[in-house]
Design a protein around this ligand. Structure first.
Ligand code: SAH
Ligand code: MG
Length: 196
C-alpha cells in the first residue's frame, strides 16, 4: 500500500520512532494467529502501527493514545487518509491520566520507555481473560544488552529503566513473559491461569 509507505518515509525523515519492520511483522502475525480483535495501543506516534494492525482485516479495532499534539494531529490525518477511522479510535492525552473502562485482547506498550512499569500496572485491568500485553523496545538499539554503546547520561538512565522493566516482568507472579529478539526487542506477557 503506497499510503502506508508514505507514512513510513515521513517517520524516517522526521525521526519518529515507529516500530521496526521485523517487530511489526511479528505483531501482525501474532494478531492473525491468535485472532486478536480488540487492541489498545499506548503511544500512537503518527498512527503507523495502529494502521498496520487495523489493515490486517476489518474485524480488528484499535484504540490508541498519543500525548504529543503534533504527532496526534498527524496520526488523525494519516488514519483518515487510509480510511480507517471506523476501526481506529485515537485518544489525545497522557496514557497515565486517561481513564479507559473497556477490555482488550491485546495491549501494546510503546510509549515513554521510562514509564513501562506504570503503563503495565495501570492497564492490566483492561485485559480480557486470555489477553496479552506486548511491549516494544526492550533492547533499545542494543544498549540494554550492551550499555557501552552510549555515554549519554539520559540514555543510560533510560536503559536502566528498561532493565528494571525486564526484571519486573521476569519476576512477575501474575504474568508469564516470553522475550523475543525481533526488531528492537519485543516481549509477550500472559496472565498466569490460577485454575490450571
Ligand atoms: N507505536 C508507534 C510508535 C510510538 S513512538 C508506531 O510503531 O508506529 C512513542 C510515542 O509515545 C511518542 O509519539 C510519544 O509522544 C508517545 N508517548 C510517550 N509517553 C506517552 C504517554 N504517557 N501517553 C501518551 N503517549 C505517550
Ligand atoms: Mg517502539
Amino acid at each position: 500500500m503506497v499510503r502506508i509507505l508514505n507514512i513510513k518515509n515521513y517517520a524516517k525523515e522526521n525521526n519518529i520512532p515507529i516500530m521496526q519492520d521485523e517487530g511489526i511483522e511479528f505483531m501482525c502475525n501474532y494478531i492473525k494467529d491468535n485472532k486478536i480483535k480488540k487492541i489498545l495501543e499506548i503511544g500512537s506516534a503518527i498512527g503507523y502501527s495502529a494502521i498496520k494492525f487495523a489493515s490486517i482485516n476489518s474485524n480488528i479495532f484499535v484504540t490508541t493514545i498519543e500525548r504529543d499534539d503534533e504527532r496526534y494531529n498527524q496520526a488523525v490525518k494519516n488514519i483518515s487518509e487510509v480510511k480507517l477511522e471506523n476501526q481506529i479510535k485515537i485518544i489525545h492525552g497522557d496514557a497515565l491520566k486517561v481513564d479507559i473502562k473497556e477490555k482488550y485482547d491485546l495491549i501494546f506498550i510503546d510509549a515513554a520507555k521510562s514509564q513501562y512499569i506504570k503503563f503495565f500496572e495501570k492497564y492490566k485491568k483492561n485485559l480480557c481473560d486470555n489477553g496479552v500485553i506486548i511491549s516494544d523496545n526492550l533492547s533499545f538499539h542494543g544498549m540494554v544488552e550492551n550499555p557501552s554503546l552510549t555515554n549519554n547520561r539520559n540514555t543510560r538512565q533510560l536503559v536502566g529503566k528498561i532493565r528494571k522493566y525486564i526484571e519486573f516482568l521476569k519476576t512477575n507472579e501474575e504474568f508469564d513473559t516470553i522475550f523475543y529478539k525481533v526488531g528492537d526487542g519485543v516481549s509477550v506477557s500472559k496472565r498466569i491461569n490460577m485454575h490450571d
